[in-house]
Design a protein around this ligand. Structure first.
Ligand SMILES: [Ca+2]
Length: 502
C-alpha cells in the first residue's frame, strides 16, 4: 500500500501533475518549497469572504483558499498580538516561550522555525509588525515597524536603522515584499518571507483610496450587539471593550482632528472623507442604542476599509508569483494573529476565548501538495504552524516543540491520532480592556473556560446548540458528564503542556 502510494506520487510529480498523498521523505521535491507567510493583525474571519463574510469581499485572500485549503477551525492559544507571534515562531505555548502578554520581551536566543530554516539553506526575511520588543533573530533581512507602527508615513527599522517613509503602511510593506521577491533575495536559495501587516489593528485608518469605500454600505448587525451577558461570569460584565462605553468618538471613530502625521494631500483626503461625517453626527444628536448602532457602522467602515488594502496586497503577491513562475513551488499562507469582535456581544477587540476572537482565519496554497478548494475542519492552532513549516521544508522539528505538523492533513489518509482539542491561556490582566485571566479547552463541540485571578468562575458552552455562546451550561445538570469529560481533558492538556499557572 505504502509502495503503491509512493509510485503514484512520484509518477504524477514527474509528469508535473498535482498529487495528493502522504509525504514520503524519498519523494520530496529536490528543491524545498519557498514559504510566504502573510499575517494581518486582528483580521476576524467574519470579515473574510471565503469564511462567509456578510460584510465585505476579499477576492485576494479567497484566491488562496480557492487554489488551496481553508481551515475552518484554526484557533490561537493566547488571543493577543505579541503572544500569538511568539507562539508562531517557537511552536510553544506562551508560558514556555516567555511572551505571556504584550509587555513581555521575546528572548531571541531561543530556537525558532526561521532559525532552523536558515540552517538548511533558507534565506529568511521579515517585514512589518514584529511587536516582540527585542531585535528579530533568525532573519537574514528584516525591516519592521516599531511597536504597533503607524498607518500613515510610518517609521520602519531596517536591520537596526530607523527611517521615516512617506505613504500608507500596507502599500509600503507590500512594496518591500515585492522588492524582496524580485531583486533582493538570492535566486539560488529557497526562501521564507514573513509579511506582517499592521492592518486592521485599531485605530483603523484606511488608505486614502479606501476612506469612503463603505460610505453607502448597510452592514447587518450581529444578533448579539446588545448582549446582556445573562448566565455569564463577571468577566463578561467587567471587561472594558464595548462599542457603547470604550470605543472613542474622537480617535476610533474619527470625529476628532486628522492625525498630525498626515501630509497636506493625505490631510485633504481625510477631511473630504470625515468632514461630512463629523457634521452629520453633530446634527443627529444620537444617544442610547441609536448611538451604538451608529458606532457599529462607523467602526466597520474603517475596519473593513483597512482590510481592502490588505486584500489588494495579497492579490499583488499572488500575481507576482504567477508572473515569475515562483507560484509552482511556493507555500503561500494567509492568517491573522487572532480574531476580533465586530460588534458581537457589543464588543470590539479580542482576548476572550469566545469564538470570534479565538478563531484565526487560515488559508494556504501549495500547488501539487494541497488540493484546490479543500476545506479542513479538524482542529488546528498557531502552535502547529512552526512544525508544519519545518516539515514542509525538510528538517525535523525540535523534540520539545509543542505543536504538530499540519502536513498529514493534506493527505487523503485518515490521521487517527490528530489532536481533538485545543488549549488556550490568556494572561494580560489587569491591563487595557480588563479582560480577566482565563484558560480553557475547545473541542469540536464544546468549550470549557476557567476565569481566575480576582474571580474563580467557570463557563461551559455547547457550540452545536449555542454557537453564539449565550448560554453558560456549566451548572446545568444535563451537562454533568460533558463537564466531567472536559475537566479531565483540560487537566490532561495542562499537564501535557506543562502549564501550572493560575
Ligand atoms: Ca493582534
Amino acid at each position: 500500500m505504502k509502495r503503491r502510494a509512493f509510485v503514484k506520487s512520484a509518477g504524477l510529480a514527474a509528469l508535473g501533475l498535482p498529487f495528493s498523498g502522504t509525504l514520503f521523505p524519498s519523494c520530496r521535491r529536490k528543491q524545498p518549497p519557498n514559504i510566504i507567510f502573510i499575517m494581518a493583525d486582528d483580521h476576524a474571519s467574519q470579515a473574510v469572504g471565503c469564511y462567509g463574510s456578510r460584510l465585505n469581499r476579499t477576492p485576494g485572500i479567497d484566491r488562496i483558499a480557492a487554489e488551496g485549503v481553508r481551515f475552518e477551525n484554526c484557533f490561537c492559544t493566547n488571543g493577543i498580538c505579541a503572544p500569538s507571534r511568539a507562539v508562531i515562531l517557537t511552536g510553544k505555548h506562551s508560558h514556555l516561550n516567555g511572551v505571556r502578554d504584550n509587555e513581555d520581551v521575546f528572548d531571541g536566543s531561543q530556537p525558532t522555525f526561521p532559525k532552523i530554516l536558515q540552517t538548511v539553506g533558507y534565506e529568511t526575511a521579515l517585514l512589518g509588525k514584529w511587536h516582540l520588543k527585542s531585535d528579530p533573530t533568525g532573519f537574514d533581512y528584516w525591516n519592521i515597524l516599531p511597536g504597533q507602527g503607524e498607518y500613515y508615513n510610518p517609521e520602519l527599522i531596517e536591520m537596526g536603522e530607523r527611517k521615516s517613509r512617506t505613504g500608507y503602511v500596507t502599500d509600503l510593506l507590500t512594496d518591500k515584499a515585492v522588492d524582496f521577491l524580485d531583486s533582493r533575495r538570492k535566486p539560488a536559495k529557497p526562501f521564507l518571507l514573513m509579511l506582517h501587516h499592521k492592518a486592521p489593528h485599531r485605530n483603523w485608518q484606511p488608505a486614502e483610496r479606501h476612506l469612503s469605500l463603505y460610505d453607502n454600505t448597510d452592514f447587518p448587525e450581529p444578533p448579539t450587539l446588545f448582549d446582556d451577558y445573562a448566565t455569564r461570569s463577571r468577566a463578561a460584565f467587567e471587561q472594558e471593550m464595548t462599542l457603547q462605553d470604550h470605543m472613542t468618538l474622537e480617535s476610533d471613530l474619527k470625529l476628532g482632528p486628522a492625525p498630525e502625521r498626515l501630509n497636506a494631500s493625505q490631510r485633504e483626503a481625510w477631511e473630504r472623507a470625515y468632514g461630512p461625517k463629523r457634521e452629520a453626527f453633530k446634527k443627529a444628536g444620537l444617544t442610547g442604542d441609536a448611538l451604538v448602532r451608529w458606532k457599529y457602522r462607523r467602526y466597520l467602515q474603517d475596519y473593513l476599509g483597512t482590510i481592502a488594502a490588505v486584500d489588494e496586497s495579497v492579490g499583488r503577491i499572488l500575481d507576482l508569483l504567477e508572473n515569475t513562475g515562483l507560484a509552482e513551488n511556493t507555500l503561500v499562507v494567509y492568517t491573522s494573529d487572532q480574531g476580533f469582535f465586530l460588534g458581537e456581544h457589543g464588543w470590539f477587540d479580542k482576548r476572550f476565548m469566545y469564538e470570534e476572537s479565538l478563531r484565526m482565519p487560515l488559508v494556504m496554497r501549495w500547488p501539487g501538495r494541497i488540493k484546490p478548494g479543500s476545506v479542513e475542519i479538524r482542529l488546528l492552532s498557531n502552535l502547529d504552524f512552526a512544525p508544519g513549516f519545518l516539515d514542509a521544508a525538510g528538517p525535523s522539528p525540535p523534540d520539545d516543540i509543542q505543536g504538530r505538523s499540519f502536513l498529514p492533513l493534506f493527505s487523503s489518509r485518515p490521521v487517527p491520532d490528530w489532536p481533538r482539542s485545543v488549549y488556550y491561556h490568556y494572561f494580560e490582566y489587569p491591563a487595557v480592556h480588563m479582560v480577566k485571566r482565563h484558560y480553557g479547552v475547545r473541542t469540536d463541540r464544546y468549550k470549557l473556560i476557567h476565569f481566575y485571578n480576582d474571580i474563580d468562575a467557570w463557563e461551559l458552552y455547547d457550540l452545536e446548540q449555542d454557537p453564539r455562546e449565550l448560554k453558560n451550561v456549566y451548572d446545568d445538570p444535563s451537562y454533568a458528564s460533558v463537564r466531567r469529560d472536559l475537566e479531565t481533558e483540560l487537566a490532561r492538556l495542562r499537564n501535557l503542556y506543562q502549564d501550572s499557572i493560575f
